[in-house]
Design a protein around this ligand. Structure first.
Ligand SMILES: *Cc1c(COP(=O)(O)O)cnc(C)c1O
Length: 426
């Protein structure tokens, strides 16, 4: 990747007279006003990403259920709810967040392999649109919980199409030997069981093959396998209803070029039409591709520490704020808020945080011309960053700001020391 590669998040993140801006707001002004580390999101970038899916699915009976775990900030959930989205949730906590943000419960699908009875009951009482069931044991428990509380639970079964999403093993979910979903070969028996259980109503079928998928082929393969299954299950007498195709579309971290959502859906819809499934209600569950490139984390350079083997650029954001590099060795572009002058000579640094772990790094071998006090932006930080953030090392979680045009609004203040110890007793 060259330094001239387009910025992930462009044109919403862009340089203007040498200063990095989000929409019309210089990031340095936000760092000044709100301190660092600071997560900054572009509303226009989120709506732009959503619009690609909306275009791709225009005229179809399709529901876009944003995967809350990618970024669960209430303001972002509310923005997406108001834009017509439903939500894909994976816990009772996410259910509460989605409802607090104004979600229509009927547009919520509840995924996850380990739903507790209490979570099932809360979701039944809220009236969620569908439970995406991930094991045969879960079918039995959900039927019991529903019957005992006077509900009938709408279900789809998450099937594992056994395709390789060609992504990081930790975010590949559609292969055999992975903890998610029910094996393709077991799907028919599971549907027959679901149809027979008194507390359940079969509403659809579901799959989700992985995340940060940058190729079209795994999606097309998965679709054929799902459609084969739908035909087999319906031939056996169980009507399937909707097809939920999950999420997983990748974003640009390091010059990645995933298919555009509208182009991808044009291809997938052509296959659905060709196989006679054009009228099926569809659900999709995008997370990362709606918010990932819409966010950045602004951080201040604290110290430069030259060494024999490595130079370290120590910044005030860390693995507790941005866990993806530590967790998946993920790459994020790291760029200065102010472009260096032509005379500046960059050095090569590992950009690391203050946390007491060697795994606490944000970027390796990065060419930077920086001094202590300068600010950097870690790009593509809108998904799976703040939602994964922790207080490890007793570091209060960062603030979050949502920008729209020239307006910037704090959507979550920086945690205080009081927040750090809330509820504890000595
Ligand atoms: C995480 C997840 C998603 C969203 O995945 P992205 O890669 O962020 O689009 C969708 N569905 C399920 C079941 C998930 O676990």
């Amino acid at each position: 990747m060259t330094l001239t590669a387009p910025l992930p998040g462009a044109p919403f993140f862009h340089y203007h007279d040498g200063a990095l801006k989000v929409e019309d707001v210089p990031l340095s002004a936000l760092a000044q006003a709100h301190g660092t580390p600071l997560f900054v999101y572009s509303q226009a970038a989120i709506l732009h990403a959503l619009a690609a899916y909306q275009r791709g699915l225009a005229g179809r009976n399709a529901l876009i259920c944003y995967a809350v775990k990618a970024n669960s900030s209430l303001a972002i959930l509310k923005l997406l709810a108001q834009a017509g989205c439903g939500f894909d949730i994976v816990s009772g906590g996410e259910l509460a967040r989605a409802l607090a943000a104004g979600a229509d419960a009927a547009k919520i699908v509840f995924s996850g392999i380990g739903k507790t009875r209490a979570e099932m009951l809360a979701a039944l009482q809220a009236g969620v649109g569908c439970f995406n069931v991930e094991s045969e044991a879960e079918l039995e428990t959900l039927s019991q919980v529903a019957s005992a509380s006077g509900h009938v639970a709408p279900v789809s079964i998450r099937v594992n199409p056994n395709v390789d999403a060609k992504t990081h093993p930790y975010i590949s979910t559609g292969l055999k030997g992975n903890k998610f979903g029910i094996a393709h070969e077991r799907a028919l028996a599971a549907y027959q069981r679901a149809a027979a259980l008194p507390g359940l109503r079969v509403a659809g079928i579901d799959c989700h093959i992985g995340s940060q998928i940058t190729e079209e082929a795994p999606y097309l393969d998965a679709l054929e396998r799902i459609l084969d299954l739908v035909q087999a299950i319906e031939a056996a007498g169980v009507a399937i209803g909707h097809i939920d195709f999950g999420g997983g579309l990748g974003i640009d971290y390091a010059g990645d070029t995933p298919p555009a959502a509208d182009a991808l859906w044009a291809r997938l819809l052509a296959r659905l039409d060709a196989r006679g499934f054009g009228q099926r209600p569809l659900i999709i569950e995008p997370g990362r591709s709606l918010v990932g490139n819409a966010g950045a984390c602004v951080t201040e350079v604290l110290y430069l520490k030259p060494g024999e083997q490595k130079n370290f650029c120590i910044v005030d954001a860390a693995m507790n704020d941005l866990p993806r590099p530590a967790l998946y060795e993920a790459f994020h572009r790291i760029v200065p808020l102010r472009q260096p002058g032509a005379a500046a000579t960059p050095a090569t640094y590992d950009v690391v945080g203050p946390v007491c772990e060697s795994g606490d790094w944000l970027g390796r071998d990065r060419a930077l011309a920086v001094q202590p006090g300068d600010h950097l932006a870690v790009l593509s930080a809108g998904a799976y960053c703040m939602s994964m953030a922790s207080q490890y090392n007793s570091r209060p979680r960062a603030a979050e700001v949502l920008v729209s045009g020239a307006q910037a609004r704090v959507i979550r203040p920086r945690e205080t020391l009081h927040d750090l110890m809330r509820g504890e007793s000595a």
